[in-house]
Design a protein around this ligand. Structure first.
Ligand code: IYR
Length: 233
């Protein structure tokens, strides 16, 4: 037996590696679990109407840790989730967001964008920022500091942070709360207000909480499988 194969047989692994923890699921359980998960995720909706009811910090911590299980380029985990419950800071963020959004809706929005946004009923007033118990801002790291102190690039940070955001959103839905992926544009004010470094770019502003009594959502349909996939067998 070759040394390497013998090492693995004896439970040793290549330096820096450990065995994959994998619990096989029966095919029938896979069917059931996949269907249940699809149903659970299918009931997720983005709402803009939030209650001010308190949410414990531990729930937000769990959602952030779930987001941070996302795969990332070179495992750099190029993200910071800034969670804000401070009312003064939320007010400041809302004021700054509304300045940008007012300009967007009144001056900058192109016709073709307005056409697809209209059914969502959005406008520049962003009550959710001050209504919610928690505002979570996802910052994407464009650079990282090497051990020698030099700044160097991160890799696939857009993809990595997009996946982390998706997992965060799934965690929030799974725990029974709601969120919204708000993208005030441009978002530079978030880095300034929150004192983030030059290497961090605000990517998403996610209010998290309970829905308000009587919260509404647009009557949207999701695309069918044949509209979003192509199987080649
Ligand atoms: N940033 C604005 C506009 C907006 C843009 C898209 I694309 C949306 O899906 C929703 C809104 C806002 O947050 O209102």
């Amino acid at each position: 037996m070759a040394d390497e194969a013998f090492g693995q047989f004896m439970g040793k692994h290549k330096e820096g590696f450990v065995p994959l923890v994998f619990h096989e699921v029966s095919v029938s359980d896979m069917e059931l679990r996949s269907t249940e998960f699809l149903e659970m995720m299918g009931s997720r909706r983005t709402t803009r109407h939030f209650s001010s009811r308190a949410v414990s910090r531990s729930l937000i911590e769990n959602a952030i840790m779930t987001g941070s299980t996302a795969p990332s380029g070179a495992h750099l985990q190029p993200w910071t989730f800034v969670a804000i419950s401070n009312p003064g800071l939320k007010r400041k963020i809302r004021e700054a967001a509304e300045v940008e959004e007012k300009r967007f809706y009144e001056e900058r929005i192109p016709d073709e964008w307005e056409e697809v946004l209209a059914p969502l009923g959005t406008d520049y007033v962003k009550e959710h920022i001050t209504d919610v118990p928690w505002l979570v801002v996802l910052f994407r790291h464009t650079q990282r500091k090497r051990k020698n102190g030099e700044w160097s690039p991160t890799y696939y940070s857009q993809e990595s942070c997009g996946i982390a955001a998706g997992m965060f959103i799934s965690a929030i839905h799974n725990m029974g709360l709601v969120t919204l992926t708000h993208t005030p544009s441009p978002m530079g004010f978030l880095g300034e207000i929150l004192g983030r470094g030059e290497h961090e770019k605000a990517m998403l502003l996610m209010p998290v909480g309970y829905p308000a009594d009587g919260a509404e959502v647009p009557n949207l349909q999701r695309k069918a499988l044949d509209e979003i996939s192509d199987f080649i067998e």
